[in-house]
Design a protein around this ligand. Structure first.
Ligand SMILES: [Ca+2]
Ligand SMILES: [Ca+2]
Ligand SMILES: [Ca+2]
Length: 735
């Protein structure tokens, strides 16, 4: 916007009066606001306003005062005030109007009393608006004139020639103002002749004007222009200072702020000669606020329009969504759809989602920025918001998006529940539940900096062909992916698989910590799987191309169980293979076929260091395959019901470095030939039958291990060594 539109005030008011727009206020058109008064008697004239049933004029010698005049004038648009001072002082005029018969509003003007020298005043009427010789402001124009002494009848003619009346020829009665409409806009000279009748005959006075030129588009002379806030901007609060450039010859400014074009329901004030005004109490609901800046210049009143957007809570960072909402995203008037908030949220904004169910599919529209994410949060706490659709529920295509506390349910539709495109860097998923997908619960492209924390991911079940991969998390060439403080269970593929596509340029720096990953026989038939079956494969499964730098992964403080698949023979909790460098520290595995399946030089061959592992009730603790090299197993404990502590598969054991490892067994396995390893009976443990493998008092494992500097803590995170030396096994005994 910010087009300058200049109209006569009254014409405009009439136009607005026929529409549904907010009622405008009346404006005193004569004498010119801020001008000297003509004498001790002065006629005041104002424009009509819609919905006004009565006007009331105060004239005083102090602001708001009425010591000089105080009179309700009904619907008259003019009144004459006598007895005014003539000493040059400031005269304060307050025009009141009664809106809808219910409430009074007022606006203030100031004038200068005529000086003691007298300006003559005289008894002859004179046109005061527009200022004689001015260029008119448009095709509609208010004309106003002073009352003459003893004059009861006026007549105004406007013509294209001197004394002509081809443009207007109007009997004015006693009125002191009128609006001429449909005046030419061709720059011609317009001749005005004001007749009056008094003292026994007609007399007249002539003035000339220049019609506005449509090509000039303006109202003659420089127009003021709003400078702050900038046109179209969102206001910064419910209080706002408006400032504009001064206009040539403007004696008074007046600012309307309205909820509709030309409206003044929000603000309506004469600012005098000041070109700035502070406004308070503006709405904070995102509505469009229409500003109309009036000025009184050589051509009378003219105006220019600008519009703004009201501040919303979201303008300062908070959008609101609630089921059934139909509003604009404020706390009081929330959106009904989360997507509506995504459509408007900017970097740093927080989308507060109130409790309830949202049947929609979400897609990001724009991203946040570093330190300024766009956050979707369950406003009433974790788990209070369910977003559900069949298949895909959330597509993240932009960076710095955070999701906190939501439940996303894919209803077992055949699509990934959450998909992160290659641009979804720094996606932050926290305190959320992802459930019921026939594909992956979250499938990410080659993104960086993704964090999944405090989340529950469960039921990724794909029954195609009996069983097909559906992963908790599938990741492509990610860097700096962190999964922590989370739980992943019940999947027909892997808890985490990175990278199933071995994508360029390879993945690295993946961390999973303080997380539980498990399978169990399905308690009931579920999405095509029968009750009692175990559909999944691995807690964590790696693939990494040997064409790229070795991928690094840290698995720390993880508990995994239940990897006894109904569909594959070698189900393993950890299937670590291909071109990776894995550090596995403080991991417990139970109730599985294989705890650690560690695979050889094919596709680069995995390098794996395992520290502080605990394995029990599992067929094979460590299966090493394909002549694996760089396999270190340090300070681990192999507990009860482990059939094969080590199981070679197409592999010699020369690549193994097994030290400080403790076996609940009568013998130490051949792979653990180093003397730091130890086989003990159940009495060495606090409660082996209950799978508590902390060392009992007097255990020969205490203080008898070698020092391995790379093992800094035990399974519990207790620093090593305690006592005189390292203990054998995963737990350091603390006295
Ligand atoms: Ca997928
Ligand atoms: Ca797998
Ligand atoms: Ca010790």
């Amino acid at each position: 916007m910010n087009r300058t539109r200049v109209f006569s005030a009254l014409l405009l008011l009439c136009l607005l009066g026929k529409s549904a727009t907010a009622a405008a206020a009346p404006l005193v058109s004569s004498p010119a606001p801020g001008s000297p008064l003509a004498g001790s008697s002065q006629t005041f004239v104002w424009t009509a306003a819609t919905g006004v049933s009565s006007y009331w004029l105060y004239v005083g010698t102090s602001p708001g005062g009425s010591n000089l005049f105080d009179q309700e004038v009904g619907t008259s648009l003019t009144t004459t005030v006598g007895g005014l001072p003539t000493d040059g002082r400031t005269i304060y005029v307050r025009l009141w109007w009664l809106i809808s018969g219910a409430s009074w509003a007022a606006a203030d003007y100031t004038y200068t009393a005529t000086g003691s020298g007298g300006s003559g005043g005289g008894g002859t009427p004179a046109i005061t608006a527009p200022t004689p010789a001015a260029t008119l402001s448009g095709s509609g124009q208010i004309f106003a004139w002073t009352a003459g002494t003893g004059i009861s009848w006026y007549w105004l003619s406007l013509g294209s020639t001197a004394g002509g009346s081809d443009l207007l020829n109007r009997d004015m009665g006693s009125s002191l103002t009128t609006t001429a409409a449909a005046l030419p806009t061709d720059g011609r000279t317009i001749h005005a002749r004001l007749w009056w009748y008094g003292g026994g005959g007609w007399a007249f006075t002539d003035s000339t004007y220049t019609a506005v030129s449509s090509s000039s588009g303006g109202g003659g002379g420089a127009s003021p222009a709003m400078t702050t806030p900038s046109a179209g901007s969102t206001l910064t609060g419910s209080s706002q200072t408006f400032t504009w450039t001064p206009a040539t010859g403007a004696s008074t400014y007046w600012l309307y702020l309205g909820s509709a074009a030309g409206g003044s329901d929000l603000f309506n004030q004469n600012t005098g000669t000041s070109s700035t005004v502070s406004v308070t109490g503006l709405p904070a609901d995102g509505r469009t606020i229409y500003a109309r800046l009036w000025w009184y210049g050589a051509s009378g009143w003219a105006s220019t329009d600008t519009s703004y957007r009201a501040v919303t809570a979201a303008s300062t960072g908070a959008w609101f969504v609630a089921p059934g909402g139909t509003g604009t995203g404020t706390s009081a008037a929330p959106f009904g759809r989360i997507q509506d908030a995504l459509a408007v949220a900017q970097a740093g904004d927080r989308i507060n989602i109130r409790s309830g169910t949202y049947n929609e599919t979400l897609g990001t529209i724009r991203g946040g920025s570093a330190g300024q994410p766009i956050t979707l949060v369950a406003a009433d706490g974790r788990g209070t918001v369910l977003v559900t659709a069949s298949g895909r529920v959330l597509t993240v295509s932009h960076g710095y998006i955070a999701v906190d506390g939501l439940v996303l349910d894919g209803q077992y539709g055949a699509d990934d529940l959450v998909r992160l495109s290659g641009n979804a860097h720094y996606f932050d998923l926290r305190n959320s539940e992802l459930r019921r997908s026939s594909r992956d619960l979250i499938d990410m492209g080659s993104v960086t900096g993704v964090t999944i924390s405090g989340c529950l991911l469960h039921h990724a079940l794909n029954p195609t062909n009996g069983v097909s991969d559906a992963h908790g998390i599938a990741a492509a060439a990610v860097t700096d992916l962190t999964v922590r403080d989370s739980e992943i269970h019940t999947f027909s593929g892997d808890g985490l698989q990175v990278d199933p596509g071995r994508s360029a340029p390879g993945w690295t720096r993946v961390t999973v910590e303080r997380t539980r990953i498990w399978l169990a026989p399905l308690p009931a038939a579920e999405n095509g799987f029968a009750a009692g079956v175990v559909p999944g494969e691995n807690a964590i499964d790696t693939k990494a191309s040997s064409s790229y730098p070795r991928s690094t992964i840290v698995l720390r403080d993880i508990t995994a169980w239940g990897f006894r698949s109904s569909f594959i023979a070698n189900a393993a909790a950890f299937n670590l293979k291909e071109n990776i460098d894995a550090t596995v520290d403080r991991v417990t595995v139970s109730d599985s076929v294989i705890a650690f399946r560690l695979r050889g030089p094919d596709v680069g061959g995995a390098w794996v260091t395992i520290k502080n592992a605990v394995v029990y009730n599992t067929t094979t603790a460590f299966r090493y395959e394909d002549n694996i090299a760089n396999l270190r197993i340090w300070n681990s404990t192999v507990g009860r019901s482990v059939t094969l502590p080590f199981q070679p598969a197409s592999s010699v054991s020369t690549g193994l470095d097994v030290r400080n490892t403790l076996f609940l067994s009568g013998t130490v396995p051949a792979e653990a030939f180093d003397t730091s390893n130890l086989a003990v009976g159940a009495a060495s443990f606090v409660n082996a039958a209950g799978d508590d493998y902390h060392l009992a008092a007097g255990s020969p494992a205490t203080d008898t291990a070698a020092t391995i500097g790379a093992v800094t803590t035990d399974r519990d995170g207790v620093s090593r060594p305690q006592g005189a030396a390292y203990d054998v096994g995963a737990f350091e005994r603390v006295n």
